[in-house]
Design a protein around this ligand. Sequence first.
Ligand code: BMA
Length: 377
Amino acid sequence: MKVFNYLAVIALLISLVACTNKQSTTKEDASTPDSNINTIETQTLLRSLSQIPAIGFMFGHQDDPLYGVTWEGDSDRSDVKSIVGDYPAVMGFEIGRIEKGGEESLDNVNFDTMRQEIINQYNRGGMTTISWHMDNPVTGGDSWDVATKGVVTSVLPNGENHEIFLSWLQYGAEFFNSLVTDDGTKVPVLFRPWHEHTGSWFWWGKDNCTTEEYKELWILTYNFFQEQGVNNLLYGYSPDSQGPGDIYMERYSGDEYVDLLGLDTYHRDNEKGIEAYQNTLNTILSFLTEEGKRRNKPIALTETGLEAIPIADWWTEVLLPTIEKYPISYVLLWRNARERPNHYYAPYPGQKSADDFVKFYNNPKTLFVKDIPNLYK
Ligand code: BMA
């Protein structure tokens, strides 16, 4: 009898736990604070990211529907779509300066407009990734303001700017929690915090904090968002070109805090730089292929491009042949600025590489939004 009761209690406990888990992942419950379980759509996106390389890789573009070369804010417009008639499968957005509580990002994008475009991208079946060039919490300068050392130390627990820093993170949490469709679904996002930290150009970069401090910064951010009920984020780790191996993994905070292994690397110096660019891609993407398999994580080229694309066949002769050998889930090209002449990374109609981009688009391996299976089901 005693044994029977004991078993019955265990069975009841198991069913309660199972029931709680199930409830906390339903849509209705998606915004419950303190939930440390991602929404079903977010979990499914992670699975989809691992499955995509079986059919190709997704094409991504930063700020794609917001503006382009010589235009801004036109509805239903994108430089990529103007050439190939389809939107990128991945769109990147940048929330730098949200930490100040203002209406516009550091690139002068209105956050309400950005939210709507993220929801639009979800509704058309595509994915969103978000970066955050957070201002320097000590000097008030931008994220490239690295003259003052010890910024990371000062935002960690017991640091003098810890509370301010949490209030800055809070603005980010509110934004992520506000990405909700009309039917109440929270939009999953691949978040790439504290990126390019193997270089030293941001206040969280290599020479500006210790390895332990960087890891603490990452885990603090992760835990804070969990406490705020942010259950629609996957975390992308995006070091810069240095490495691979020890340098790449040195500041990795652990498999439980990272969902995707990324790489930010650019092609610089045009013709002269082709070999260096391809070598970096080959070296680090080979490493990521192995590391991704070992850790069971998708991999991606999280930022890349050749500014102003002066090489006419860059898409099919430089980028495609190099990256198609690796099981990346996506490649993201940086933004087509409307306010900085020649600061663009995707072609626009009439641009020198536009015809080659059509060939790139027609290659079965490159996936635009109409090519991808449902990432969320
Ligand atoms: C950089 C440039 C900047 C921009 C920043 C954040 O690479 O494009 O002009 O402010 O990204 O988007």
